[in-house]
Ligand binder design. Structure first.
Ligand SMILES: Cc1cc2nc3c(=O)[nH]c(=O)nc-3n(C[C@H](O)[C@H](O)[C@H](O)COP(=O)(O)O)c2cc1C
Length: 138
């Protein structure tokens, strides 16, 4: 089995992140490609910035990074964390949206002040705010 990695990056959006159309377009493309490529993850947008966690095989992640770097919808990509993993945290989600509402935005602002040391907490925050039916809740 090829090595799995998980990557967290932040970038600055060039368009509006409060546009449902912008976000739905990015999510739709991501889901179609990631289904094909075996990638999973979550995407959040906050204060004109994207935060995305992506997990999958190393070479596939590298390929996506090259496409992301050439995408004019964002700039200033900063990789906050990238490490080998044994298990996916976003299995089943080819790309899911995280809703970073006012209450989580404050926590995220705090974490983003020291993103390199807060990567795991940022990922946990994205994981807690997924916009999906809480199937696991009774
Ligand atoms: C914030 C952001 C997140 C993205 N996430 C993904 C992703 O997870 N997977 C993906 O294939 N493309 C993603 N894209 C789109 C890529 O940059 C690129 O446009 C796309 O992969 C090219 O797909 P195509 O070859 O089908 O045109 C993202 C773009 C932005 C702006």
């Amino acid at each position: 089995m090829p090595g799995l990695e998980r990557m967290l990056y932040a970038s600055r959006a060039t368009g509006r992140t409060d546009s449902l159309l912008n976000m739905a377009t990015i999510l739709g493309e991501s889901q179609r490609n990631n289904d094909r490529d075996g990638l999973t993850g979550a995407l959040g947008a906050h204060d004109g910035r994207f935060i995305q966690v992506i997990e999958g095989p190393t070479t596939v992640l590298d390929g996506l990074l090259r496409r992301l770097a050439g995408d004019p919808r964002h700039r200033d990509i900063v990789i906050l964390d990238r490490r080998p993993i044994t298990q996916r945290q976003f299995a089943g989600w080819s790309m899911v949206s995280s809703r970073l509402g006012p209450e989580t935005a404050t926590a995220l602002d705090r974490l983003m002040a020291t993103p390199e040391t807060s990567a795991l907490e940022i990922i946990a925050l994205l994981r807690e705010t997924l916009e999906v039916e809480p199937a696991r809740a009774a």
